[in-house]
Design a protein around this ligand. Sequence first.
Ligand SMILES: [Zn+2]
Length: 98
Amino acid sequence: MNLKVLPRANNLCNAKTRSGTPCKNHRMLNGRCRMHGGKSTGAKTPEGLERIRQANYKNGKYTKEAIMERKEFKSFMNEINNSLELMKKQLMINRNQS
Ligand SMILES: [Zn+2]
């Protein structure tokens, strides 16, 4: 990736400074100046990627396993509800016949 500073003066960094004002430096290709992460290419090593994963992990509610488990439970409950509806209808038919 080319990390050269973009030449136009209105292309400013998207970061907010510690005093709360927007940064006035020129941005690099990723939208940030060299002092606000413009030179960063992100984590590359497996350890670094794992550290980011761990930092973003809160309670596991949105892990693949948890999402799959909720889907399975929902389809199981739908199946039960469908059979219950069927049984109710059958019961109504039987009542009407007798
Ligand atoms: Zn900046």
